[in-house]
Design a binder for this molecule. Structure first.
Ligand SMILES: Cc1cc2nc3c(=O)[nH]c(=O)nc-3n(C[C@H](O)[C@H](O)[C@H](O)COP(=O)(O)OP(=O)(O)OC[C@H]3O[C@@H](n4cnc5c(N)ncnc54)[C@H](O)[C@@H]3O)c2cc1C
Length: 437
């Protein structure tokens, strides 16, 4: 039984909770569940239904995530979700059967030592350089390389251009970020290393994470107020008031979970500068084309080396489509400040699908999302990479905490979201205990 309240029929009330969590994406669901399991009364708000960017849409049996989503096998999100009892079945991408696209030509990818020798995408010097880098990438020290951009790090490796282009592509695919002159190598190369270890396309889509987390939250006693926007957060002595259109909820601690930095600042009536967040990097955006297809794509994965284009077949291996059918996902990574025309970008992605052998007749369902925010702030080399991101504690607002893909020193994407969601819950629980012992 979920403890959802209908905002339209619920009377305007003043209520109390130990911890209020604003935002019911992955960050908020994890933070709320952890805080409730630690014995706190928790109220979780979201403008819409729970899930945020992890929610999937079912279109006639095709489960489309909001653009291509893969869970990193060795990242903290996977471990945190498993600790909450979330099922994580699925399968890996068929990269070894895929192709790389460079200057209009298709090449086999260097997916292992034998294919590195055979691939035509690299010169002999390029193969030696990529072999050297990939051989060492598992022991890459992100902290030591946090102040260098990805491009500076590549220059320091003295690689031939074709090898550097290939590593840049790996970083782009694994970080969803097309900003090698800004992105900290500490974050970007470490993420590429994690991607090479393995990722999983999830059965049922990321909605399965959302559903399992919503159940875990409800069972732990979290009150979920979906379709309830929080308008502002205000101080009330040592406590905080959370204002919605219908209610004022007083809480010992508040976690702003998964919100953009600007939205989080707006809710507490501050500016980015006042909160010390004005050095954050630009957001990472992508255009996404999700295809439900009659038959698997002849080329199951097609990554472009010299253009920011991605294609990967998510079904198979993941269960996201009606029996015998497939799901193919395409992305165009957008560089900071880039705002291409929607029709032209969609056409570019359709042409990329055609190169992988997906013909218009193969497509049963499709959805195009022009400008998705993959991450609210790219970790910049100029501000120390992951170590330069804001902490979960908002020092100017004692008792207010933040979580999301731009918070904390751990990971990128959902890994950052999950790790900061858990860290914010620990900090909020400690704070709430000090306010109301
Ligand atoms: C195209 C794309 C591809 C991606 N691929 C990957 C991938 O392969 N691997 C990976 O690890 N991650 C990936 N991600 C990132 C992943 O989806 C996110 O990191 C994660 O879902 C973010 O969760 P969150 O809780 O931090 O934020 P969100 O999901 O954005 O949740 C924030 C919530 O806050 C709510 N909210 C906002 N303002 C208010 C308010 N005033 N009051 C109440 N509620 C409010 C919103 O409605 C929303 O539900 C991808 C993202 C995109 C867009």
């Amino acid at each position: 039984m979920t403890a959802h309240l209908n905002p339209e029929t619920a009377p305007r009330t003043a209520t109390e909770t130990d911890i209020a969590v604003v935002g019911a994406g992955l960050a908020g669901l994890i933070a709320a569940t952890d805080a409730a399991r630690a014995g706190n009364g928790v109220t979780l708000f979201d403008t819409r239904r729970p899930g945020g960017r992890a929610a999937s849409t079912d279109i006639r049996g095709f489960r489309f995530n909001q653009g291509a989503h893969a869970l990193y096998d060795t990242g903290p999100a996977r471990a945190i979700l498993a600790s909450l009892g979330v099922p994580l079945t699925g399968g890996p991408p068929a990269v070894d059967r895929g192709r790389l696209l460079k200057q209009g030509e298709l090449h086999r990818p260097p997916a292992g030592p034998a294919s590195l020798l055979r691939t035509t995408v690299l010169s002999i010097r390029g193969k030696a350089a990529v072999g050297r880098v990939l051989g060492r990438i598992g022991s890459f020290d992100g902290d030591r390389n946090r102040d260098q951009t990805v491009n500076e790090w590549l220059d320091a490796q003295r690689m031939p251009d074709d090898a550097a282009d290939l590593v840049r592509m790996l970083v782009r695919i694994s970080t969803y970020t097309d900003a090698p002159d800004l992105l900290s190598a500490g974050a970007g190369i470490a993420q590429a290393a994690m991607g090479l270890v393995g990722v999983t396309y999830l059965d049922g889509g990321w909605q399965r994470l959302v559903d399992a987390l919503t159940d875990a939250a409800t069972q732990a006693g979290v009150i979920i107020r979906d379709h309830t926007a929080v308008d502002s957060i205000g101080a009330d002595g040592h406590r905080w008031t959370v204002e919605t259109g219908a209610t004022t909820v007083t809480a010992d601690a508040v976690i702003l979970a998964g919100l953009s930095p600007i939205e989080a600042a707006r809710l507490v009536g501050s500016t980015l500068g006042e909160l010390g967040w004005d050095g954050l990097g630009p957001a990472a955006h992508a255009s996404c084309l999700d295809l439900g297809v009659r038959r698997p794509a002849p080329i199951p994965a097609l990554f472009s080396v010299d253009e920011p284009l991605y294609l990967s077949t998510h079904t198979p291996p993941a269960d996201l489509a009606p029996e015998g059918m497939g799901v193919v996902q395409l992305l165009r990574y957008l560089a900071p400040g880039e705002a291409p025309d929607a029709d032209a970008t969609r056409a570019q992605l359709e042409a990329h699908a055609a190169r992988a052998g997906v013909q218009p007749d193969d497509i049963v369902e499709q959805r195009y999302l022009h400008r998705m925010t993959v991450a609210h702030a790219i970790p910049l080399a100029s501000t120390g990479g992951l170590a330069g991101r804001p902490a979960v504690t908002v020092t100017s607002h004692p008792g207010v905490f933040v979580a999301g893909d731009w918070v904390g020193e751990v990971g990128l994407l959902a890994d950052a979201t999950a790790a900061s969601g858990r860290a914010a819950a620990v900090a909020a629980v400690r704070w709430a205990a000090s306010v109301t012992p």
